[in-house]
Design a protein around this ligand. Structure first.
Ligand code: ZN
Length: 165
């Protein structure tokens, strides 16, 4: 298995820096140092309030929220982020139709910034089904360092995988 599968599509100079961090066993410490705010959103009721608050702040006029829940069956890369390069129509379309937001359970135990990043991602899908330019503009409107957060989330997932080996 490719250790950098979560980072497909990112430029080689970034990937070689990541490989270096992995080789020197520094990836986990770097992430723990940079993202030291624990996620306090522990259950579905708290998650609903959290998502609703972000929506009120940024996307008040979009469709009302349906269900909001942590889902242990969701795979982050397959269902939540798609791939960096490909457009995931089914994913966005499904969310738009049902207006519910499911967050992979891995985010419950991840640092708070990554939960914010994925919630922003899913809220942006209320207005844009595809991962297009307008979609990412919405994401950066809601959280200005969105792209850095998504990159670092991919590093975090890489780190979790490596730790399991
Ligand atoms: Zn998406």
């Amino acid at each position: 298995m490719d250790a950098l599968k979560y980072l497909a599509g990112y430029p080689e100079h970034l990937l070689s820096r990541v490989r270096q961090m992995i080789d020197q066993d520094r990836l986990g410490a770097m992430l723990a140092d940079k993202y030291d705010r624990p996620n306090t959103v522990r259950n579905d009721a708290q998650l609903y309030d959290y998502v609703q608050a972000l929506k009120e702040r940024h996307l008040r006029k979009s469709v009302p929220l349906g269900k909001v829940l942590y889902d242990s069956r969701l795979q982050v890369m397959k269902h939540a982020l798609g791939t960096h390069t490909a457009i995931s129509r089914v994913h966005g379309g499904r969310l738009k139709a049902s207006r519910e937001i499911r967050i992979a359970t891995v985010f419950r135990d991840a640092p708070a910034d990554f939960l914010e990043m994925i919630v922003v991602h899913e809220l942006a899908h209320l207005k844009e089904a595809d991962h297009n330019k307008a979609f990412y503009q919405l994401c950066t409107h809601m959280t200005s360092d969105y792209h850095q957060l998504e990159f670092d989330l991919r590093l975090y997932l890489t780190h979790l995988d490596l730790a399991k080996r």
